[in-house]
Design a protein around this ligand. Structure first.
Ligand code: PNW
Length: 491
């Protein structure tokens, strides 16, 4: 309409695509890289369907220049990627040598991003723990050792890249690290009480120990950054948590309460100590002496240890009290409403349906509860049977386009109508990639907005990439080139 200007997101709004080292790099045995727990785990029989591993993935360790050219062609403002700990410090530990070739790879990547006007958004840990640390002392199970080793690794990254990196994420999704790796045993290192799945492990104690270690490693790395690097480097640092919206199945008080319990266990487990300074009461009741405690000194370091809220989210669950799943807080999840209808379009993964209102509700919930600007660091959709389609059809990823139509308009409404301070949005993922153990139904294409031909490694933009590029082009004010100066101040 003439005379009215459609409101837009602020010119400082950051958008781009996300990836993680193990899922895209390949080249797992070159230039001095050490093994990670995912190398070993993915090669054990039956852990990933088809026995896929990360040896080649999308070959991005070799093709990084092409990847950056494509990101530039998409016109992204930022790129979220992760550093592989075992490329930088092959044996992982605080007294182990740093690998100059590992440093050089990420340094070159960062330089090339900046030359293309793309702001690096760097995750330090996206699940690829150096195998040597797991073998040496049990990795995340050994709090005192792992915290010191992680902090030294973070220090090497701040020293090597912090002159150019102004956005740091310490950890990706501690819930997945703890529950999927040490409870259900479906992610590396695959520990569980289920003796058919794992020769060792204890699902009733280990996930909570691991989660505690992850929180402390994060917090001490942030302390180091703030004390020794922030003044001169001027960046921001925080953590990114997974968590889907929890909606009561119906209005009954027990199901309303169940939805809150689901949020307490999936999100509050990490967010409450980090932003509010204590574990959720529900988790304390549920776990009693199995939930480790912070010392007062530790708590002082943990509380307030994230400059922003890093949010990974994919779906919404309808929640009913009951069931025997402690990892979901004794809450049952369903996508089927009481009237028998489905919440949304089913993705290829059993756990994912498309429900954009839930995305908006979750943004509002996190903003009200934690009161910090939100960076959406992952959000995406796995199209049903995409992998078995011929490329021409796979490029027409309509369900993913619809998903992103829903979440982008929910994002805009949350910012412009609800007043939620959202500052970034990173769809998962830039390219099809190695999807871990994968979605309960293994699939190896699954989340990319860019199709990768795994024979030739050639990349083809899907419709969803085109949609997002256009949407952000139209919906950010004065879409000027981003600057990599210190980001706008946080409250
Ligand atoms: C995230 N779940 O993982 C990760 O950060 C990515 O590396 C991954 O590729 C992406 O989401 C898609 O799966 C999740 O079981 C893994 O609910 C599992 C779950 C959620 C997120």
């Amino acid at each position: 309409m003439s005379g009215t200007v459609a409101p837009k997101l602020s010119k400082d709004f950051i958008w781009g695509f996300a990836t993680a080292s193990f899922q895209i790099e390949g080249s797992t045995d070159v230039d001095g890289r050490g093994k990670s727990i995912w190398d070993d785990f993915s090669k054990q029989p039956g852990k990933t369907m088809d026995g896929r591993d990360g040896d080649v993935a999308t070959d991005s360790y070799r093709l990084w220049k092409e990847d950056i050219a494509l990101l530039a062609q998409y016109g992204v403002k930022s790129y979220r990627f992760s550093v592989s700990w075992s490329r930088v410090i092959p044996l992982g530990g605080r007294n182990d040598p740093v690998n100059p070739k590992g440093i050089q790879f990420y340094s070159n990547l960062i330089d090339a991003l900046l030359e293309n006007g793309i702001v690096p958004f760097v995750t330090l840990y996206h699940w690829d723990l150096p195998q040597a640390l797991h073998d040496r002392y049990g990795g995340w199970l050994n709090k005192d050792e792992i915290v010191q080793d992680y902090v030294r690794y973070a220090k090497v990254c701040f020293e090597s890249f912090g002159d150019r990196v102004k956005h740091w994420l310490t950890m990706n999704e501690p819930w997945c690290i703890s529950i999927l790796g040490y409870g259900r045993g479906v992610f590396a290192p695959g520990r569980s009480s289920d003796r058919e799945r794992s020769p060792e492990g204890n699902s009733s104690t280990e996930p909570w120990i691991v989660g505690h270690s992850v929180i402390l490693a994060h917090a001490y790395a942030v302390k180091l950054y703030r004390e020794e690097f922030k003044a001169s480097q001027g960046g921001q640092i925080g953590i990114t948590l997974n968590g889907d919206w929890a909606m009561p199945y119906d209005d009954s008080p027990q199901n309303v309460e169940a939805a809150q319990h689901a949020l307490d266990v999936a999100i509050g487990w990490f967010a409450d100590p980090i932003y509010l300074g204590h574990y959720p009461d529900y988790m304390k009741q549920m776990l009693r002496e199995r939930l480790p405690e912070f010392t007062p000194e530790e708590l002082a370091v943990v509380k307030g240890s994230s400059d922003f809220y890093g949010m990974n989210t994919y779906t919404t669950n309808l929640c009913r009290a009951g069931g025997d799943d402690e990892f979901q807080g004794f809450v049952e999840y369903t996508f089927i409403r009481p009237d028998g209808t489905q919440l949304g379009t089913q993705a290829h993964c059993a756990w994912l349906q498309d429900y954009p209102q839930g995305f908006r509700d979750l943004l509002n919930y996190l903003w009200k509860r934690y009161k910090l600007p939100i960076y959406v660091t992952e959000n995406g959709f796995a199209v049903k049977d995409e992998n078995s389609k011929p490329i021409e059809e796979a490029l027409q990823d309509n369900d993913r386009v619809n998903y992103f139509k829903g979440t982008t308009s929910a994002l805009k409404a949350a910012v412009l109508e609800d007043g939620v301070d959202v500052r970034a949005y990173f769809p998962w993922s830039f390219v099809d990639n190695f999807e871990w153990q994968a979605c309960l139904l293994y699939h190896h294409r699954i989340f990319g907005v860019t199709y990768v031909d795994y024979e030739t490694q050639k990349r083809y933009p899907k419709e969803s990439a085109k949609f997002l590029v256009k949407w952000f082009g139209n919906n950010i004010d004065a879409a000027e080139k981003p600057s990599n100066k210190a980001p706008p101040a946080l409250p």
